[in-house]
Write a protein that binds this ligand. Structure first.
Ligand code: SAM
Length: 198
């Protein structure tokens, strides 16, 4: 891990909590950063920046790591810009203010990290596969959706949540059936999958 300003990271986490901004749980971040170390990941495309917390934590793993991260919410994008600058990581983290469904990039990455609208995971997975290096990985967070995915659907009162849970289940099925990737599922944080391009 690169030496970093612990107080600043704590401040970002506090801001997220106070402003109800969903950022990765500690267990998930631990898993992600360990994965990056073990697999010597150097280039990362993140879909869903929020205020830059996970992008910062990933960049801090190694001084050669470069992150490109996309966010469609302007307020969050601007807060992320500020946070990244404060930690002097603006030369290694590039932020794009855009809806990721409209994003087309030519660059290739060792890792694509999907952490945006959960209903769009299948679309993002298909769309950003072309941005993977040989043997690259796609990691997806929140596959458990706060415990809802394992719940009996009949017990989920909210129609919107039921629809989202169904989409996540469809995405899990899509990953299991996708023969171009080998996917492993981990019960870490809110549920994470790691798909390796074969
Ligand atoms: N990765 C962040 C972290 O752990 O610090 C948390 C990201 S948060 C769970 C998801 C973010 O994705 C939200 O800020 C939301 O505005 C953004 N988002 C959702 N759908 C998006 C889309 N289609 N394009 C770009 N950003 C999107």
């Amino acid at each position: 891990m690169v030496g970093y300003d612990y107080t600043e990271i704590q401040r970002i986490k506090k801001y997220a909590l106070e402003n109800k901004i969903p950022i990765m749980q500690d267990e998930g971040i631990q898993f992600l950063t360990t994965f990056i170390i073990k697999n010597q990941i150097r280039t990362i495309l993140e879909i869903g920046t929020a205020i830059g917390y996970s992008a910062i934590m990933m960049a801090l793993v190694h001084p050669d790591i470069k992150v490109v991260s996309v966010e469609r919410d302007e307020k969050r994008y601007l807060e992320a810009l500020k946070n990244i600058k404060k930690l002097n990581l603006d030369h290694r983290i590039t932020l794009i203010f855009k809806d990721a469904t409209e994003l087309k990039l030519d660059d290739k990455f060792d890792l694509v990290f999907l952490d945006a609208a959960k209903s769009q995971n299948t679309h993002f997975f298909k769309s950003f596969t072309q941005n993977l290096n040989n043997n690259g990985y796609i990691i997806t967070d929140n596959l458990g959706f706060h415990g809802y995915v394992k719940k009996d659907e009949a017990l989920i009162e909210s129609k919107n949540i039921r629809a989202l849970v169904r989409k996540i289940k469809d995405y899990i099925q899509f990953l299991k059936e996708n023969t171009s990737f080998e996917t492993q599922f981990y019960e870490v944080g809110d549920g994470i999958s790691v798909s390796k391009l074969l």
